[in-house]
Design a protein around this ligand. Structure first.
Ligand code: CA
Length: 693
């Protein structure tokens, strides 16, 4: 996340009542409140009753209100709840109250706080103002019982594609009916007016293993009661963590619809062999004193500064306190709920460094119990300084403390692309050879490696399973815009070559490759401007969190215009998925099987990947002229080049030519290789040749 929300919220003072109630060290006082980590929070429907439970340890009284509709109706009944163990309040009502809506209100310091659906609402009406009592069994699509996501033995086998629901489908060229909805991902056979695949068929065609959906829990910034107003937001402003966002359903007022439609989306992707990763934002809430956390347990879920104000490591007005027992349990159970009820295959933690390592490890342990193939990764940074010792937090440099969780590799990103916050700095792909060493680090999975000189900070990973390799995500410039801005003197052909080189670096590096929707066909985020720009970068948007569709929508027609780039990326994904040497699972394996060979030019990288069966040489040339590299002993053929898939033997050439701004993958042919495969048809097919064996 990146400065996307709300300067408006920053600096809000914490409520005066709490300061009065809890003088001294606020956070240590709050941490002493009794926690309840058992079952039954919020609402449980039994065959004969509907039981409510709210954790509200500072409350003087709590009332439950029932309503016939999701909004604009008076309560049909208001019921006093009874103080129970460990800070909970309970009430049991006769009968199954399916179809009704409810809120709680808490009396605190003599005052009744605003009604809240609680923090554990799993079904919601419009704008998440009231919670709903539904039967989840009614929300399951056909075949849901046997639905399972793809088994990914090692996270490095994944190829992740990040997308926003509205970007994906809203443009007319998508051919998708349910624009901006969960159901967009269930539509098969959609095409552009020229017949190119869009939607889920595009995902299948590209060959990605997982889609990563931007926040899809209930968030604040889109008014669900006024969807035609055409608002847009990434959704990094959480309101209700445990129910889907209403604007992505076909009817936000229908609590079952949003649950069912999100499950239908998951089912359709699973049927296509694609896993679903959810972007989750436990580091802060959209509101401060008015959040559901504050309205049930004032102050408890947040960290504070010494003066009682909200600490703000999210740069969005507050930061949550994952280390506090009730909050830790909340996050852990919330993740487990999504994994279990919605069959989610992975979680991406926004500003993960606001969360403490113990919590993240507890989530990992919980998911391992549920389904060990579920992935976890996040941003190993925060948006400001935290009110907790940094040694306890999930910063990238602490990754030794959370070994089974990945983090985004900003070192590799900025070396491929050029500095994120220095827009005119060129990346390696645009000839900045000062960055060559960091590129090598990235190619070697950012683990320490004897072939790379120095012990720089770019060798931070304990294992390639910890590095998410990317050069483009929703934040910051798209790769194509960054090339356009920083290398404006390049010809169109050279710019495209630089873009393809970026894809080769990400997909041929050890670690977990990650792409943004449309990156495979030169996605741009054009800015809507009224006055002629005075600098190139003013033509593009680098923080499009609330930009109009004009900036964010995928123009699917670009796919056919840039079909060469699309095919190039698709071919690399295929190569990566075929050859295990491109996705090794440990640092030791990388140190044993990956080596860098000496080259004549500072910026030219020659990487050798070799095991008992295979040997690949990958050469990267960031220069605007052709370069030459020496191949080792053996007979090599060109497996992949700027032209895409190839089976060309350069047997009579050594050194071999690497075209300007390109990557070339060579594979060694040999009798031992053939014997090792023990599968003649396999090898013949790969070569596309039959006469050699
Ligand atoms: Ca919402």
């Amino acid at each position: 996340m990146n400065k996307k929300i709300m300067a408006l919220l920053t600096g809000t003072l914490f409520s005066a009542q709490l300061l009065f109630a809890l003088p001294g060290d606020i956070d240590s006082q709050l941490a002493k409140l009794p926690a309840y980590t058992g079952p039954g929070l919020e609402v449980t429907v039994t065959p004969t009753s509907t039981d409510f439970m709210l954790w509200s340890p500072q409350a003087e009284a709590v009332k439950l209100m029932l309503y016939p509709t999701d909004r604009n109706s008076a309560p049909t009944s208001t019921i006093d709840m009874r103080k129970s163990a460990n800070g909970t309040w309970t009430v049991s009502l006769p009968g199954q109250l399916y179809g009704q809506f409810y809120t709680f209100t808490v009396k605190y310091n003599g005052k009744w706080l605003d009604p809240t659906p609680g923090v554990w609402a799993k079904a919601l009406g419009t704008n998440g103002e009231r919670a709903a009592i539904i039967d989840f069994a009614n929300t399951n699509p056909k075949g849901w019982e046997s639905d399972k996501g793809p088994k990914v033995a090692a996270i490095t086998d994944a190829v992740i594609y990040e997308m926003h629901h509205r970007d994906f489908s809203v443009h007319p060229s998508s051919g998708i009916v349910n624009k901006g909805k969960f159901l967009a991902l269930t539509e098969q056979g959609t095409v552009t007016p020229l017949g190119d695949k869009t939607g889920i068929d595009h995902l299948k065609e590209l060959g990605v293993t997982h889609v990563h959906i931007l926040p899809s829990f209930d968030y604040n910034s889109v008014d669900e009661s006024n969807l035609p107003s055409n608002q847009y937001n990434w959704g990094y402003d959480p309101v209700n963590y445990n129910a889907p966002e209403g604007s992505y359903s076909t009817n936000p007022a229908d609590p079952e619809a949003r649950v069912r439609e999100m499950k239908e989306m998951v089912k359709a992707l699973h049927d296509a062999g694609i896993g679903v990763i959810m972007d989750v934002v436990y580091n802060h809430t959209a509101q401060n004193d008015d959040s559901n956390f504050s309205l049930t347990a004032p102050g408890y879920y947040y960290r504070h500064r010494a003066d009682g104000s909200y600490s703000d490591a999210s740069a969005c007005g507050n930061e949550t306190a994952s280390e506090r027992e009730q909050m830790r349990d909340f996050i852990k159970k919330s993740i487990a709920w999504w994994a279990d009820e919605y069959h989610i295959d992975g979680f991406r933690f926004d500003l993960m460094a606001v969360l403490d390592c113990d919590t993240v490890n507890a989530i990992r342990a919980e998911l391992d119990k549920l389904y060990p193939y579920i992935m976890m990764y996040g941003e190993g940074w925060s948006g400001g300084s935290c009110a907790l010792e940094s040694s306890r937090l999930c910063y990238k440099w602490n990754c030794r403390a959370f070994p089974q969780v990945g983090v985004f590799n900003d070192n590799f990103r900025d070396a491929v692309k050029g500095a994120t916050f220095d827009v005119y700095q060129r990346g390696y792909v645009c000839g900045n050879t000062d960055l060559t060493n960091i590129i090598k680090r990235g190619l070697a999975g950012s683990v320490s490696h004897p072939d790379i000189l120095g012990n720089d900070e770019a060798a931070w990973a304990q294992s390639p399973t910890q590095t998410i390799n990317y050069c483009e995500a929703h934040d910051n410039w798209t790769m194509w815009d960054k090339i356009f801005i920083s290398a404006n003197d390049y010809s169109q052909e050279e710019k495209i070559a630089a873009d393809k080189l970026s894809a080769a670096l990400i997909l041929l590096a050890q670690g977990i490759p990650f792409f943004q929707l449309g990156e495979d066909f030169l996605r741009s985020k054009p800015k809507f401007f009224e006055q002629e720009p005075t600098a190139v970068h003013e033509m593009f948007e680098d923080n499009s969190y609330n930009s109009p569709d004009y900036t964010n929508a995928i123009r699917w027609g670009e796919k056919v215009r840039n079909i060469d780039v699309f095919k190039y990326v698709r071919g690399l994904i295929e190569l990566r998925r075929e050859a295990a040497l491109f996705r090794m699972g440990s640092a030791d394996e990388i140190r044993a099987k990956l080596h860098f060979l000496p080259t004549n030019d500072l910026g030219v990288i020659e990487m050798k990947l070799e095991d008992d069966c295979d040997c690949f040489i990958v050469a990267f040339n960031p220069y605007r002229e052709e370069k030459w590299v020496e191949l080792p002993e053996g007979v090599f053929f060109v497996r992949y080049s700027e032209k895409g898939k190839q089976h060309e033997f350069p047997m009579n050439q050594n050194p071999v030519k690497i075209p300007p701004i390109s990557a070339v993958v060579f594979e060694r042919y040999g009798r031992e290789l053939y014997e090792c495969k023990n599968n003649i048809r396999h090898f013949e097919n790969r070569l596309g040749l039959h006469t050699l064996i």
